[in-house]
Design a protein. Structure first.
Length: 424
């Protein structure tokens, strides 16, 4: 297998062709590229991604709680591109799937035989009035912002008491458990620092309950009660008034919508999210809110363009948007793509598996694993609704290693060694 090739992407106006073009060099794009290159080293694969850095975002909650270094979540993109795969540091402006081509930010026209679309998710900070201007200062933080978890830790560790609000928006988001995980860790930090009795903690979610998968609602409700955290359902953050330190929510009621103002000293925000605009405005998008790439939920093949595939956060797959979901999606997409190239039926099926390690405090984690139907799909022979120290170790120490050393390198069989380690 040849070494990684990095292509310079300066201003240009020319046509370039590659057999397989992957839009997005995040967890999804790198995992698929590595597995494809491992399966067939003769494939001509190009990754398009404008970012110089690659981030292990699942650890940003831990960074925000002061138990993981932000620097350890970042690597140069060049260093994680699989061998034999080319990377062009460039972004996409538009797609023309009828002609099997796309336009890049640097003016190139790229044609392809197969297109894989996985650029990740877009953080829509501007959908909350005043949030973009308030973020990163005077008590307003978000672990979803690049580098933002460092400020979260500063706020939590220096907090002297008051109102701490943690929000969840009215859109699908990546890692749907993250907004509550940092809240549980904040509770522990406040108790450790002796300020919990002077603090009001509230979870303000646009949803009707603490978590979308019903199996995990009772244990998480017990965590809220144990920690004396106020649950505020159907609260959708619409505005941040930074000068007054007020958060404005639209609250759904039986009679319509009310507006509620809550004062804050700390406001941790999970912003609204959607597919990137260049996806939304393309023929690849599904009709309706979000603008996700329109793919079959089991085969990951586009519903209208058979040589287009998608996975990860930008796809329309109706499951949680997590790296764990990508780990299960990738081999299905790879097998179906290779079968498509060989003119075989697409028989590999993705069942919607996703996983959310729900940290409920330092040393405590519920490993929520489930499929499209919300049915638990545990990887270990243990009650998945219980808080466990072993799952904290998995989240804190094992999964980062698996991500960098197995998943991004296209290795698909890390599960059994982990199970043996946890049983030891």
């Amino acid at each position: 297998m040849t070494a990684t090739q990095v292509l310079t992407a300066g201003p240009e106006s020319r046509s370039i062709h590659h057999q397989i073009v992957i839009v997005g060099g995040g967890a999804a794009g790198l995992t698929v590229a590595a597995q494809l290159a491992d399966r067939d080293s003769a494939l001509d694969i190009l990754i398009l991604d404008p970012s110089e850095s690659h981030y292990y975002q699942p650890a940003w909650t831990l960074v925000g709680a002061g138990c993981y270094r932000y620097e350890d979540t970042v690597k140069p993109t060049k260093s994680v591109i699989p061998a034999g795969v080319q990377w062009r540091q460039d972004g996409v402006v538009s797609f023309d799937p009828e002609a099997d081509r796309l336009q890049t930010q640097h003016g190139a026209t790229i044609t392809y035989e197969i297109l894989i679309v996985c650029p990740g998710i877009q953080l829509d900070w501007d959908k909350v009035v005043g949030l973009k201007e308030a973020l990163g200062k005077d008590g307003v933080c978000s672990n979803y912002a690049v580098g933002g978890a460092n400020y979260t830790w500063e706020l939590l560790n220096d907090f002297k008491g008051g109102n701490a609000l943690f929000t969840f928006p009215a859109t699908p988001i990546k890692c749907a458990g993250a907004p509550q995980k940092i809240m549980y860790l904040a509770d522990d930090i406040f108790r450790r620092n002796g300020v919990r009795s002077q603090t009001n903690l509230s979870y303000c979610t646009a949803g009707p309950k603490i978590f979308a998968i019903e199996t995990f609602v009772p244990p998480l409700t017990q965590v809220l009660e144990r920690k004396n955290i106020a649950m505020k359902p159907k609260h959708n953050l619409k505005e941040v008034r930074a000068q007054a330190k007020e958060a404005i929510f639209e609250v759904a009621t039986a009679d319509g919508t009310d507006t509620v103002t809550l004062p804050y000293d700390i406001l941790h925000v999970a912003p609204p999210m959607s597919a990137p605009d260049f996806i939304k405005n393309s023929p690849l998008a599904i009709a309706g809110p979000g603008g996700w790439v329109d793919v079959h939920k089991h085969t990951l093949q586009h519903n209208r363009y058979p040589n287009v595939f998608s996975l990860g956060d930008a796809s329309s797959l109706p499951t949680s948007k997590t790296a764990a979901a990508i780990r299960k999606e990738a081999p299905v997409l790879v097998q179906n793509l290779l079968d498509y190239l060989s003119k075989k039926p697409l028989e590999a099926r993705y069942n919607g598996y996703s996983c959310c390690p729900l940290i409920t405090g330092f040393g405590k984690t519920i490993l929520a694993e489930f499929d499209y139907d919300g049915k638990p799909e545990p990887s270990f022979p243990l009650d998945p609704t219980q808080e466990r120290y072993s799952m904290w170790i998995l989240k804190r120490h094992v999964l980062p290693w698996v991500y960098w050393n197995r998943m991004l390198k296209g290795k698909q069989h890390e599960g059994e060694p982990i199970r043996k380690w946890l049983r030891a």
